[in-house]
Write a protein that binds this ligand. Structure first.
Ligand code: 5RP
Length: 227
């Protein structure tokens, strides 16, 4: 059962969607709520809408909810992207990748004219960094990247596949995830650039200067942060 905060954030984002748009759809439990609402809306209003998903999860869920999919090849510029986040700071910098979909999320979210974050209000933090920073890494480069990240002052850990998968988690792109616990991140932009320069790093879950708005829901309503 989705939290009321996620539902309220998803409802707020739904108000931004209009007939005829091409939408980027992120990944995660909050986006799953949004996809359900969007599917219902599209059916009720008989909208002509296309979605670019960021993961198998959101692609399959979108289809199950009657939404039509497209690609960035056909629609390189999206009207709107809606995505979740693991942390949101007051300047709309984000940590993403808790669901290991950060690479496609960054491509899709940065392809939209407007990128809106939906999350429950517990995701709002003064400074990013309590949530270990997800970094997508080429399996071939695993040891090198772990060593370089440790040298940057974090505690890096290869993400495990969990109960249903022995060994490391494998992303939709066939890569690994390193969760890099930096603690408080003072300069997200500088850290994003520094990590992206490491050979073998595919993408880093710092989203800086990309989001225009965040809807942060809780039981008493929705807080909007925008620029
Ligand atoms: C996936 C993500 C998700 O958007 C993020 O983990 C938030 O998920 P949820 O809405 O389930 O809290 O970045 O890679």
């Amino acid at each position: 059962m989705a939290s009321v905060g996620k539902l309220k954030a998803a409802e707020a984002a739904l108000k931004e969607v209009a007939d005829g748009q091409v939408l980027g759809i992120g990944t995660g439990s909050t986006v799953a709520v949004f996809i359900g609402l969007l599917g219902r809306k599209v059916k009720e209003e008989d909208w002509d809408l296309l979605c670019v998903p960021t993961s198998y999860q959101s692609a399959y869920l979108a289809v199950e909810n009657g939404l039509r999919l497209t690609t960035l090849d056909e629609h390189p510029t999206l009207d709107l992207a809606i995505d979740g986040a693991d942390e949101v700071d007051p300047d709309l910098n984000l940590i993403k990748g808790g669901g290991a979909a950060l690479t496609k999320e960054k491509v899709v979210d940065s392809s939209a004219k407007r990128f809106v974050v939906i999350a429950d209000s517990t995701k709002l933090v003064e400074r990013l960094g309590k949530f270990p920073l997800p970094v997508e890494v080429l399996p071939f480069a695993r040891m090198k990247v772990l060593r370089v990240l440790a040298g940057m002052g974090c505690v890096p850990k290869l993400r495990d596949g969990g109960d249903r998968k022995d060994g490391p988690l494998v992303t939709d792109n066939g890569n690994f995830i390193v969760d890099a616990a930096f603690g408080e991140i003072r300069d997200p932009k500088a850290l994003e650039i520094e990590i992206k320069r490491v050979p073998g790093v595919v993408e880093v879950g710092l989203f800086v200067g990309l989001a225009q708005c965040a809807y942060l829901g809780n039981a008493s309503g929705v807080r909007t942060i925008s620029r």
